[in-house]
Design a protein around this ligand. Structure first.
Ligand code: PBG
Length: 327
């Protein structure tokens, strides 16, 4: 007698069959690869908690961009380490800011890649918060509206420097609407906004703060990033950003929040991506270094989970390696 299980097994007999019936596919064109741009020349400084991830001067970043384009990767997500920081984060919107320069340089290096500019102040403020801080004695507050004005100014400056997409990651209220208004007023109606709409306050951003030099000097980000216990609130955040004019939505982190990605996918018919953040990358790298996990399989499996949950694109530090594994 034949068991139904045998029928299922028939479809797994060889790679061609497995390929034919595969329900989730990953395409490097849907990978976005983060780069950390720094001043100088010939600089390739490895981030200690993120083996394989570097602070790159623009000449080095251009080489990285060429490799990414050759691997068929869809786009780059650009972060900047400015030469100097101040309380307002003025390096974020400076015309010769590090990412503004990077956008001009990378446009030529890899014309086919989408250049996505992360929009935030935390890499540029001396206190490391994503907005403007008002301190009264020991107490402090992130001033929402003052921050939004600077975030919008930053987005405009990055779009004018050549960003194909601007991606606000600050989580201030009302910033998507303010950015849309600034862009439209400047004739940049065609520049889409990728909003980090549901961004949870997470321990998994730890290694990024070393990579981007953006650790808060006091307090934490829990007043403006979301509580991990609140998936329904995440839906309201997404709805709000869509109403304000977001074109694409980004969720982060990815692996610890796959259920929220799934819920968002079912609820919103818009382009939706997820960010496999620094801590997700670092913990896998730590296990690889000890020989505890099979590197190639774990990289693809970690990304597959994100796509299976419903993401249509993924920001990942493994973009180059995963593209090679898929190719
Ligand atoms: C900036 C920003 C952060 C990340 C992306 N944009 C850091 C933070 O919110 O603390 C984290 C990305 C990662 O961990 O890889 N606001």
């Amino acid at each position: 007698m034949e068991f139904p299980a045998t029928r299922l097994r028939r479809l797994r007999r060889n790679e061609a069959l497995r390929d034919l019936v595969r329900e989730t596919r990953m395409d490097p064109a849907t990978f976005i690869y983060p780069l950390f741009l720094c001043p100088g020349e010939g600089i390739r400084r490895e981030v200690s908690a993120m083996p394989g991830v570097f602070n790159l001067s623009l000449d080095q970043a251009a080489r990285e961009a060429e490799k990414a384009a050759a691997a068929g990767i869809g786009g780059l997500l650009l972060f900047g380490l400015p030469p100097e920081k101040d309380p307002q984060g003025s390096g974020a919107w400076a015309e010769d800011g590090i990412v503004q320069q990077g956008l001009r340089a990378l446009k030529g290096a890899a014309p086919g890649l989408l250049l996505v500019a992360d929009v935030c102040l935390c890499e540029y403020t001396d206190h490391g918060h994503c907005g403007v801080v008002r301190k009264t004695g020991e107490a402090y507050e992130i001033e929402n509206d003052a921050s939004v004005a600077l975030i919008a100014k930053t987005a405009l400056s990055l779009a004018q420097a050549g960003a194909d997409i601007v991606a606000p990651s600050d989580m201030m209220d009302g910033r998507v609407r303010a950015i849309r208004r600034e862009l439209d007023r400047a004739g940049l109606e065609q520049t889409p906004i990728l909003s980090y709409a549901a961004k949870f306050a997470s321990s998994f951003y730890g290694p990024f703060r070393e990579a981007a030099g953006s650790a808060p000097q006091f307090g934490d980000r829990r007043s403006y990033q979301m509580d991990g216990a609140n998936p329904r609130e995440a839906m309201r955040e997404i709805e709000q950003d869509l109403r304000e004019g977001a074109d694409l939505i980004l969720m982060k982190p990815a692996m610890p929040y796959l259920d929220v990605i799934r819920a968002a996918r079912e609820r919103f018919d818009v382009p939706l991506g997820a960010y496999q953040v620094s801590g997700e990358y670092s913990m896998l790298q730590a296990a690889f270094a000890r020989g505890w996990l099979d590197r190639d399989r774990a990289i693809l499996e970690s990304l597959l989970a994100i796509y299976r949950a419903g993401a249509g694109f993924a920001v990942t530090y493994f973009a180059q390696e995963a593209a090679r594994l898929l190719g």
